[in-house]
Design a protein around this ligand. Sequence first.
Ligand code: SF4
Length: 510
Amino acid sequence: MARPEPSACSPHAHRVLLVFPPHTRNTEPPLGLGLIAAFLKSSGIPCRLIDLTTYAGPQLALTAEPIATHRSRRAARHIREAVDVLRTPAGYEERSRYRSSIEFYASALQAASANKPWHLTPSDFIDSRIIDFGPWAAEKAVSIAWETPWIPVYDEVLAGSLDQFLPTLVGISVTYRPQFLPALSLAAWLRRHAPSLPVVWGGPFLDSLPKDTLAWMSAFAGTVIQGPGEQGLARILRIPPPAAGLFRDPCFDDLDHHSYFSPLPVVPLAASRGCVWRRCAFCAESTGQFCADGLDELFARIARLADCHQKCLIHFTDNAIPPATLSALAARGAPAPWYGFVRPTAALADYGLVQALADSGCSMLQLGLETASQGLLDHMRKGVDSTLYPSILANLRRAGIKSYAYLLFGFPGEGEADREETLRFCAEHPADFLNASLFSLPPNAVAARDSRDFDLDLIASPGDRYLRVVDDTRPRLRRWLSGSFLRHPTVRTMATRTPRYFKSSHAPFL
Ligand code: SF4
């Protein structure tokens, strides 16, 4: 296969088009591309950022023919209003109006998938013709690109940008799993419309793909950059790499905050990269590096962003906001409300700190509780004390900070007694919102590397992103989750209150 190479012309001849492909939650701008755009612009490279998630889903919903059900016909009558209202504060003021708008949107997307081999929801895209992530899957995705819903979107939005902006390079960022297939359709579309235009692939999702798949993508269309994209792009464009390291103000100048499904501008920002703890045995971050933005630099950055995006919500995208940053937020305050992930450590059992966080503008904390069983937490190497969970949740409630609890079921060694303990804990100490997921093992997690310590018999299937466990308990677990856990009235209330599809992205507003 011919592979377009980036040209070796002067850096000042370059013009870079950055594209965030469909389809994922369209609630906030993509941080990674905002950081790349800021780096390129500061290096004098003209660049334009296009976020197709704001356009693709809503457009498919607006143009879908209803199927022959009452629900679908009703959604078709209300979809225009639903899409409009989800972009305004009014859409989030009343629960019932929010819920019906989301359901109209979901029904319209379902109609767009009727009698098609793909399935679309407001937050997901699955194509039944492609079942894994091997190189054959990438090749198939390219070969069926014209039989997917994305090509009309690219015709409508990207064709004009190619003509007007005249890019010399296109960067495609794949951050989430549902973007993978649409991104390959995009590469196929570019190959047809601009065959000599070099493509650079980036984004964190690529780190979880099999190496053969990355090699295939690279051979088909352009260069794959793994890890921070700035260094790779600097090499390709022959410009100096960023002098100030990984942290800078993201640039979202090309994006319209009003096009997102959000009541106010949401500004993503990372106070750190990697994870400050990086020891949890089930987590891909457990083998990565950690670095944090300087506190003075971070607070200056927050002030500039809050000034630039008036009346915004800051979303800290950190795997876990570092303890020093959390203390500094409590001590210094923030000029805009904010939310993010934290580790459920002893610090949050101190009501003084939690109240100071609320005073600083904290509207919601996402807590990786995983399980209430201390034995299991220790086995996971989570490094937290579950006896503190009740006071942490009580402190958040008293201070007016919403809590979003993440639970993990099925970690090797988990027994029925552990699960029942977690169920009892949830019944007695409910969080505001709940995410219960089943254990999947990334190949670079500690439990995969030291599988004998965890008594794991693993199967690596070439096209999978996760390792499979020989003694797979997931079917039994699914039955327990739906038959026992989610049937408990308190757990059911938490699960029902949790925004469908948009999850933590909409929870701060409800
Ligand atoms: S689960 Fe969270 S705290 Fe644990 S290593 Fe991963 S990112 Fe860090």
